[in-house]
Design a protein around this ligand. Structure first.
Ligand code: NAP
Length: 475
């Protein structure tokens, strides 16, 4: 492809520089894309600025219609988009297609919401005044997305932004730019005006981030990625009080109480831990099992995990693909070794695959304690640590003992407990008796150091809107 989307033009880097995109399963180069510099990022910002006001003046109904066409094109091309995604990111093809359709669902949802950006008429404080509230698009949005969901994380931003009349300069992760570029091709085919959706590819993420933050034309940054980079962007946006949406790291607790349906809890834990080979922000990072059922759960869970099939995402039946890169493998190994050195035991897995180190075998650890690194840090890999607890009070304290607050899960059949624990968990999202919670119809997002703002649902548009109060004297 070797081109990025700047100001409605498929563009090479002025310097001619490109960088390679590698299939993590094979280590083979699959494409090269332009390594853009600050000049091109500023061109994209200027184009987004020029395109935004006319786009905001398009009627909501027509914006909705363009987005609906875009959605239809994503769905019609979902098989090809899934192939691109698996090739650059590694996840199994079926999971890639699920991601593409999950992302598309945001485009569909916000196409519908575009027509429902309602204002308000508020009772006045004086007889001769009228109070109106209208909502206006914030303007140009800088969107920075990670490699673990290269299609859906971008869709979650571009859909609400474009629906309400913002324009976008998107920077995909350097490891996975192709899914974003493919969405750019389809946006163009859907007839979105040139300049409303720009995609800048670069190996210099810090430069792109600081250029977006320094530009007076960019009114908002929407970021999904690590908490550390979120902090950097918050600092860089401070001078201009830049609006921010941050979808950051997690350290999700997954609690199994002794009144749970154990078979369902095993399946839920497998889904919440091993989807995308554990490389999701809502991955179950710490699995807490009540002491009376600990051994039974550990045995059933380990048996189930031993049946998971690891392999190239294109191979029939693969359930776990490779980890994204050597650093990811190193991090999982470091968490594993630290846990083993402090007394944990492996029941299944525990090593990189012999065929290729990039494929880490799904692993279960027992006798895990809160002193271990895995209790505090996001592993982002297929390593499932089982902690033991005795009481509800104790496990809530353990679950909340983290600076993160994205997702939390628990399994119980006690109605009182279900309410108590759902209220006490310090997370933006709670899954009860399920390990899968993401939907375009629900508000996705975290509290504490897991972020600011929400993506999806009726709340998701608010992040891209300013509220304007209009006071009219009728005297
Ligand atoms: P990351 O290092 O923060 O990268 C995310 C994005 O930020 C990439 O596009 C990256 O570019 C870019 N970036 C890196 N340094 C930057 C800088 N100084 N300024 C501006 N942009 C910069 O995160 P990651 O490790 O790839 O992704 C995994 C993290 O994302 C995990 O912590 C995970 O929990 C989180 N996540 C959160 C959610 C959520 O919804 N809350 C969803 C998915 C993932 P390059 O890749 O090109 O360097």
């Amino acid at each position: 492809m070797e081109k990025a989307l700047v100001a409605g033009q498929w563009t090479r880097a002025r310097s001619g520089a490109t960088f390679d995109v590698i299939d993590p399963a094979t280590g083979q180069k699959i494409a090269a894309v332009p390594d853009l510099g600050a000049d091109e990022v500023n061109l994209a910002i200027a184009a987004a600025y020029r395109a935004q006001k006319p786009w905001a003046k398009v009627t909501a109904k027509d914006r909705a219609s363009s987005l609906r066409t875009f959605y239809d094109l994503i769905v019609a091309n979902a098989d090809d988009l899934a192939i691109i995604l698996t090739a650059e990111m590694g996840k199994p093809l079926q999971e890639a297609k699920t991601e593409v359709l999950y992302g598309a669902a945001y485009v569909e949802w916000f196409a519908e919401q575009a027509k429902r950006i309602d204002g308000d008429v508020i009772p006045s404080y004086q007889l001769d005044k009228r109070i109106f509230v209208v909502k206006r698009p914030v303007g140009v949005v800088g969107a920075i997305t990670p490699w673990n969901f290269p299609s859906a994380m971008l869709a979650r931003k571009l859909a609400p932004a474009l629906a309400v009349g913002c324009s976008l300069v998107a920077k995909p992760a350097a490891q996975t730019p192709l899914s974003a570029l493919a969405l750019g091709v389809l946006a163009e085919r859907a007839g979105l005006p040139p300049g409303v959706f720009n995609i800048v590819t670069s190996t210099d993420a810090a430069m792109v981030g600081s250029t977006l933050c320094a530009s007076e034309l960019v009114k908002k940054i929407s970021f999904t990625g690590s908490t550390n980079v979120g902090r950097i962007l918050m600092r860089q946006g401070a001078d201009q009080i830049k609006k921010l949406s941050l979808e950051l790291g997690g350290n999700a607790p997954f609690i199994v109480f002794d009144d749970a349906d154990l078979e369902a809890a095993v399946e839920g834990a497998v889904a919440a831990k091993f989807r995308n080979a554990g490389q999701t922000c809502v991955s179950a990072n710490r699995i807490y099992v009540q002491s009376g059922i600990y051994d039974t759960f550990a045995e059933k869970f380990s048996r189930r995990v031993s049946r998971l099939r690891v392999g190239n995402g294109f191979a029939e039946g693969s359930e776990l693909g490779p980890l994204i890169d050597a650093n990811a493998v190193k991090k999982v190994n470091a968490h594993l070794e630290n846990a083993l050195s402090l007394g944990a035991r492996v029941t299944v897995g525990g090593e990189p695959n012999r065929a290729s180190e990039q494929f880490f075998l799904p692993t279960v650890l027992v006798n895990v304690t809160s002193e271990m690194t895995i209790a505090r840090e996001e592993t982002f890999g297929p390593l499932a640590p089982l902690f033991s607890f005795d009481t509800e009070e104790e496990v809530i304290a353990m679950a909340n003992d983290t600076e993160f607050g994205l997702a939390g899960y628990f399994y119980s059949r006690d109605l009182g407990r279900i309410f108590r624990v759902a209220e006490e968990l310090e997370t933006g999202m709670v899954g009860i008796n399920t390990g899968q919670i993401s939907s375009e119809m629900a508000p996705f997002g975290g509290i504490k150091q897991s972020g600011l703002g929400r993506e999806g649902s009726k709340y998701g548009a608010d992040d891209y809107l300013d509220i304007k109060y209009v006071c009219l004297s009728v005297g």
